[in-house]
Design a protein around this ligand. Structure first.
Ligand code: TYD
Ligand code: MG
Length: 463
């Protein structure tokens, strides 16, 4: 008996079903199942042909990577675009993906490499207008507004192989090889597969733009994420000018590097010294803020962590966190309660990483705890101190990697002290003091001691 065709595909997760249903059983989303032609096995139209197998050890004549010259972009891609690779750039609509890629394409063109920018969303006139605004109108980027993958491949295969092909966006593309409507999972997958074949065959680097859904996944085609060589995400808060380019997956480079840009009236500006930018609007001397000396990839980065602890009016107090892992916040709160006698069960707790940055390091534990206790006791932390260190469930402060780089960055930006794990004590540069922290208890006692007397009493009572 022939296998039953699975004709309904979830537009959210890509799962296939034989029958339509209101809810996808795989991802629990509603109204996401759409009928698409099954990609069942087709009869082979020709016999397989043997191909050449090469030894792993060999010489590649052309440079496998090409840097764009935009340092923040090159850092995230791991030193430039690899020949024949496919990269997916995801991000919220309006975050600046088209702007970034037009600048990258122009950088390639100015380096005398053929760069083609295909827009499926905007007319050529619109792309030109943007190029003018970005002062890129003189760059020899080739532009077209097109959505048929077959036509695109046929066109760009003429003449010299392009070094870079930008497809903006993959959701607007369609290929004749599948029958579903444009924008469906099958179409996106089919179009991406065609473009990947072109990249591998020609050696051109292809960048696909993908829009992100509300829950942060690259819309519909999560399937594309595992096909491509690298996935970059372009992030930022709508109200802020900072944009952060982050590698989520990279077959040819590191995945923990970030690139920092600032959106200006004339396009994206590279930010070579992000710490200075993230600390530029600091509220000196107010309780509830701590400066965290972090590491993103290979680069030290100072950011301000802000906390607000206030008596709750609700039965269940609120815990809200922006830019950090909510589970780590819960853990830090639990350790403060269990080992330091800081009672927060009657308080709402808000934690925010300034500047729209998202921190993933456990090393931020100490800074978060310091900001929380500082807010609770109304005791500002010393303005010239940075914090870092991981907190264990026992309340001990554990060492974190790259202390020396964190301390050097802090000194460079005018800080004079660090509240840090013991191991960092030996790594301090000249003229820089490290207040060694063995466990969280010491930190709480010290901050509470600094609180104003009236406030301190309130803090103590609750603490
Ligand atoms: P865009 O690159 O079109 O975003 P995406 O392709 O990710 O949807 O950028 C859109 C936003 O960027 C738009 O709201 C205006 C802003 N912008 C600037 O602030 N300065 C500029 O020079 C440009 C080109 C755009
Ligand atoms: Mg766009």
């Amino acid at each position: 008996m022939a296998a039953r065709a699975q004709n309904f595909t979830c537009q959210n997760c890509g799962a296939a079903f034989a029958r339509w249903a209101g809810k996808c059983e795989a991802c629990d989303e509603w109204n996401t199942l759409v009928e698409e032609s099954a990609e069942g096995p087709r009869r082979p139209t020709r016999k397989g042909r043997p191909f050449a197998i090469e030894p792993l050890k060999g010489t590649t004549h052309e440079a496998p990577r090409l840097a764009s010259g935009i340092a923040e972009f090159d850092r995230v891609t791991g030193g430039g675009l690899v020949r024949g690779s496919v990269l997916l750039l995801g991000g919220d609509p309006g975050i600046g993906k088209s702007t970034l890629l037009l600048e990258v394409a122009a950088a390639f063109a100015r380096g005398r490499h053929r760069a083609i920018y295909i827009s499926g969303e905007e007319a050529v006139a619109q792309v030109r207008l943007r190029a003018e605004r970005l002062s890129l109108a003189d760059a020899m980027v080739e532009v077209a507004a097109e959505t048929s993958v077959e036509d695109i491949v046929a066109t760009v295969s003429q003449g010299a192989t392009p070094r870079l092909l930008v497809i903006d966006s993959i959701q607007t593309m369609w290929t004749q090889t599948v029958e579903s409507a444009p924008g469906t999972v099958t179409q996106v997958r089919g179009s991406a597969a065609e473009l990947m074949r072109f990249a591998k065959r020609s050696g051109a680097a292809v960048i696909l733009v993908g829009h992100v859904t509300k829950d942060g996944q690259i819309a519909g085609p999560r399937v594309v994420e595992h096909m491509v060589d690298a996935v970059l995400s372009f992030e930022g808060e709508g109200s802020q000018q900072f944009r952060i380019l982050r590698a989520i997956k990279n077959r040819f480079g590191p995945t923990d590097e970030i690139g920092v840009f600032e959106m200006t009236g004339a396009g994206l500006r590279e930010v070579a010294n992000p710490s200075a930018l993230f600390l530029s609007e600091r509220d000196l001397g107010s309780p509830g803020t701590a400066v965290f000396a972090g590491i993103e990839g290979t680069r030290p980065l100072l950011v301000e962590i802000q906390a607000l602890v206030a008596p709750t009016t609700l039965g269940t107090p609120r815990r809200a966190v922006v830019g950090w892992d909510p589970n780590r916040l819960s853990m830090v709160l639990a350790v403060l309660e269990a080992h330091c006698g800081v009672r927060l069960s009657g308080h709402d707790v808000y934690l925010n990483v300034a500047g729209g940055l998202r921190i993933q390091e456990p090393a931020a534990d100490v800074a978060a705890a310091a900001a929380l206790v500082s807010s609770l006791t109304h005791a500002p932390l010393p303005a010239h101190a940075v914090c870092f260190g991981e907190i264990s469930l026992s309340g001990a402060v554990r060492p974190v990697p790259q202390s020396a780089a964190r301390l050097r960055e802090a000194q460079k930006l005018g800080f004079t002290t660090a509240i840090a794990p013991e191991a960092a004590g030996n790594e301090a540069p000249d003229g820089f003091a490290v207040a060694v922290l063995a466990n969280l208890d010491n930190l709480v006692a010290e901050i509470a001691h600094e609180g104003t007397p009236a406030r301190r009493r309130v803090g103590r009572q609750e603490a």
